[in-house]
Write a protein that binds this ligand. Structure first.
Ligand code: ATP
Ligand code: MG
Length: 167
């Protein structure tokens, strides 16, 4: 667990996937909040989660020969959270599958292409950080995955009154 900035993790993840994105003809658009506050967490784990979300987006756009991946970050100050949103222009998710996509081994991909673990791993990582993930999608119209993470990790020591006494 370290102090990290999600913009940096996003940038690093995009560099790591730049070949895949180029070969798959995916244009990346970034709308990163330059004043995004730091959070406490595992950069490696969060990066792994972003890799899984990007892989899914790329796979969803394969059938149409590419598309646009828009990555947005933002600060929800009133809730003490930051958010990262991955929006793709892929084939979208059928309504009847929406409730199941985070289940381990749920996949709609052909044999050998998908194991169905990507999103369950993402879910576990986000949960471990005290955050949440939700999806908006319509078949044929693309998908939006929004991750919200608290500024403070749940395992952080809670701020006490530091021994100061008020009388
Ligand atoms: N961006 C997306 N666009 C369309 N469908 C998606 C997207 N992300 C996930 N899905 C759907 O959710 C299912 C589960 O995703 P998940 O990443 O868990 O498994 P997978 O991609 O099928 O396999 P794996 O990640 O193990 O290679 C996918 O099979 C697909 O039907
Ligand atoms: Mg996947």
């Amino acid at each position: 667990m370290t102090i990290l900035n999600l913009n940096r993790v996003v940038e690093q993840t995009l560099v790591l996937n730049s070949n895949l994105l180029r070969i798959s003809r995916v244009t990346v658009e970034k709308a990163l909040d330059r004043n995004l506050p730091d959070i406490v967490g595992s950069a490696d784990q969060i990066q792994q989660g972003f890799v899984n979300l990007i892989s899914n987006a790329v796979e969803a756009m394969e059938g149409s020969g590419g598309g646009t991946l828009t990555v947005t970050t933002g600060h929800i100050s009133r809730e003490g959270k930051v958010m990262v949103r991955f929006k793709d222009t892929g084939k979208g998710i059928a309504k009847e599958n929406l409730a199941r996509i985070f289940e381990p081994f749920f996949t709609t991909k052909k044999e050998k292409k998908g194991v169905g673990l990507g999103l369950s791993v993402v879910y576990g990582i986000i949960e471990e950080h005290g955050g949440s993930i939700h999806v908006e999608s319509r078949e044929g119209e693309g998908s939006i995955f929004t991750v919200e993470l608290p500024l403070k990790h749940p395992s952080d020591p809670q701020p006490g009154n530091g021994g100061a006494h008020e009388h």
